[in-house]
Design a protein around this ligand. Structure first.
Ligand code: BGP
Length: 468
């Protein structure tokens, strides 16, 4: 039984997006190309050689021009926080040049002005699946140690420019996804099936060092800044009580937990070093790298959409958010096969809190669905009761976890406005409380319409959770 249905007074309610999925303006304001500009079909398909007209991300939902109107809608929802990413190639069009692009920096000044006007706290992701294309092609992304320096210069530029008005920062979106999506997550141009494990692990090491280095730089520039790591959180349950299944779960968990373990503890855990040894991988770790890694994060943030099972002998394959597993026979699933598990969110919050004792921030959670626009009393809307149910059920579990004693700073729903999907690169997989009239063939007026869930979330925020 909950003793109180409201959330802590300081709880940060809001929504989260990424530049490449909503900004558009892919060649405006001096922006260089990013890997997403050549990924018209999402993660499963190989990239194209240049931007093609079928790539919905090139125009996105035109946030680049409509940010003021969209932020006003977020203010109407009552947002306390808005998570967005900076497009690296807006700031450094190639990625390896020395001077930043002033027009790109000025765009985010304007976004921050707008947020400030509405009293919405910004939360910036420095790198969200949008490595400059030049860095991917010329250096093979994070496999190359020089990426650390390029990222440091980029991060320092952001902290110096915005560090006095942005308190919350994330270094890399879903950093553990690099194991599964090396191009999207690591800017690694070599196709996944040709990538040597040694190069992949070295890329991971470079990202971890860059992340720690950015944390150090941020704290030097402004000690009040809070830097977090960001991982995919996906509880894995044993398919059966067989200890072999439980062991398999532990090993899969380790693959994911290693990233936050390094971010929080400042060194590699033993099980990770064992994995490397057994894979015959010898990492190039310098003494300076070891020192840098000691700059640990202030909080742990994560995305949570679903859970999966594992079994030593395998089982029916389950769809996942970038990574897969074995299907859970007890859970329903979204149209894309992601299994819906609100209780898993409480479990993961407890697990992370017990393991790291760092404040937690749920920076993505949401339901992708096919929405149908209907007319109601002369206004266009979507009757998305399925989204309301998903949101309510997950928030109830967040409240349970807070009651368990877990420190949770906030919750940002993924895609409060419809954006282009990361996995499918389409718009028909919608998450928003705000419908955007843009279809998979690129047609549509880009008009915004409030869905039924808009009012529901606004009430939740206004009552600080009491209306749940
Ligand atoms: C996460 C990404 C987001 C977002 C979300 C939903 O993995 O960080 O960028 O897109 O998943 O995924 P999708 O858009 O594939 O449904």
């Amino acid at each position: 039984m909950l003793t109180d249905t409201t959330f802590p007074a300081s709880f940060l309610w809001g929504g989260a997006v990424a530049a490449n999925q909503l900004e558009g303006g892919y060649d405006e304001g001096g922006k260089g190309l990013s890997i997403q500009d050549v990924m018209p079909r999402g993660i499963a398909a190989p990239p194209t050689t240049e931007p093609t007209p079928d790539n919905l991300k090139l125009e996105g939902i035109d946030f680049y021009h409509r940010y003021a109107e969209d932020i006003a809608l977020f203010a109407e929802l009552g947002f306390k926080v808005f998570r967005f990413s900076v497009a690296w190639s807006r700031i450094f069009p190639l990625g390896d040049e020395e001077t930043p692009n002033e027009e790109g920096l000025a765009f985010y000044d304007r976004v921050l002005d707008e947020l400030e006007k509405h009293g919405i706290e910004p939360l910036i992701t420095i790198s969200h699946y949008e490595t400059p294309l030049h860095l991917a092609r010329t250096y093979d992304g994070w496999t190359d140690r020089r990426m650390i320096g390029f990222y440091e210069r980029y991060a320092r530029t952001l902290f110096e420019r915005y560090g006095d008005r942005v308190k919350y920062w994330l270094t890399f979106n879903e950093i553990n996804s690099v194991l599964h999506a090396p191009l999207m997550s690591g800017g690694i141009w070599t196709p996944k099936d040709q990538l040597r494990p040694a190069d992949l692990y070295q890329a991971i090491h470079h990202e971890l060092v860059a992340s720690a280095s950015a944390t150090r730089i941020a704290h030097e520039i402004n000690p009040d800044i809070k830097v977090g790591c960001m991982v995919i959180a996906m509880p894995i349950y044993p398919l059966t009580p067989d200890p072999a299944d439980a062991l398999k779960v532990m090993q899969v968990d380790h693959q994911n937990l290693a990233f936050s373990d390094v971010h929080v503890r400042g060194e590699y855990p033993g099980y990770f070093l064992r994995e490397l040894r057994e894979a015959g991988v010898e990492l190039d770790i310098t003494d300076a790298d070891r020192e840098t890694l000691k700059h640990t994060v202030d909080f742990v943030s994560f995305s949570y959409y679903m859970s999966l099972c594992e079994a030593a002998t395998g089982g029916r394959a389950g769809e996942g958010n970038i990574m897969g597993g074995v299907q859970n026979p007890t859970l329903p699933a979204s149209e894309w096969g992601w299994q819906i598990d609100p209780v898993g969110l409480r479990i993961v919050l407890n697990q992370f809190w017990d393991r790291w004792r760092k404040p937690l921030f749920i920076v993505e959670n949401g339901l992708g669905a096919t929405d149908v626009l209907v007319e109601q009393n002369g206004t266009m809307t979507v009757e998305d009761d399925y989204r309301i149910a998903y949101l309510r059920d997950h928030l109830v579990q967040v409240r349970e976890a807070i009651e368990d004693g877990v420190e949770v700073w906030g919750y940002t729903w993924w895609g409060p406005i419809d954006v282009v999907s990361a996995s499918t690169a389409q718009l028909s997989k919608r998450y928003g409380f705000i419908y955007v009239d843009r279809q998979d063939d690129g047609s549509g007026t880009l008009a915004r319409h409030k869905k039924k869930s808009f009012g529901f979330y606004a009430d939740v925020i206004a009552s600080n959770g009491a209306s749940l």
